[in-house]
Design a protein. Structure first.
Length: 206
């Protein structure tokens, strides 16, 4: 029985896609079962192959909630998000929405493979840290709760506290409490900061 980790890779810009494909196809511990999968076909491909890990491009996601939806609909697949120099807040947001990891596209090849193997075992990790021997650090205690993640998504849609309270059937003071916790955990101070975290990276062409 093979111990190789089955992986599906989403759509990345050409150079990144080429590098990822070569990296994963050349690694004997990984089985790249599908690559360059566009977002609109991702659920179908995940249902077909049931991979242990899916690699997603943050720049191709319209919002962080996509990660949450995919994790909810395909709990057997662990999601690793690759981004352009993600901040600690962006990485924490991705993990809060269900990703196993959010790491930089510029990270070393071995770190990507390490992230895949850790994710396949159900382990979460934060991006490269100068104090971490292998560039990845275990999940910390400051992830958002599921309810805080719900509130975060609505805050990023520029909803008012009253609209959020109505949408989630919770009180206004509860919304304020969740918002304060979100700001503290993500290290931001305003809704503008939260909104900027979900703006897509430069859209690839071609």
């Amino acid at each position: 029985m093979s111990n190789r980790v089955p992986v599906v890779a989403g759509h990345f810009e050409d150079l990144v896609a080429f590098g990822l494909r070569r990296l994963l196809e050349d690694d004997a511990s990984v089985d790249l079962v599908a690559s360059d999968v566009p977002l609109e076909r991702l659920k179908t491909v995940l249902e077909e192959h049931e991979p242990a890990v899916a690699l997603l491009n943050l720049g191709s996601l319209p919002s962080a909630s996509v990660v949450h939806d995919l994790q909810e609909s395909h709990p057997q697949t662990h999601i690793v998000v690759l981004a352009n120099r993600p901040s600690a807040a962006e990485a924490t947001q991705m993990l809060s929405f269900g990703a196993a990891a959010c790491i930089s596209k510029e990270t070393q090849a071995r770190d990507i493979v390490t992230a895949i193997h850790l994710a396949s075992r159900g382990m979460n990790m934060l991006p490269r840290s100068k104090s971490a021997a292998n560039g990845l650090v275990p999940l910390g205690p400051d992830l958002l709760t599921p309810r805080e993640a719900d509130v975060l998504e609505l805050l990023q849609e520029a909803r008012t506290n009253a609209e959020i309270a109505h949408e989630l059937s919770i009180g206004m003071e509860t919304v304020r409490t969740h918002a304060r916790n979100i700001y503290r955990k993500l290290g931001v101070s305003s809704r503008r900061d939260l909104a900027s975290m979900t703006r897509p990276e430069t859209v690839e062409r071609g």
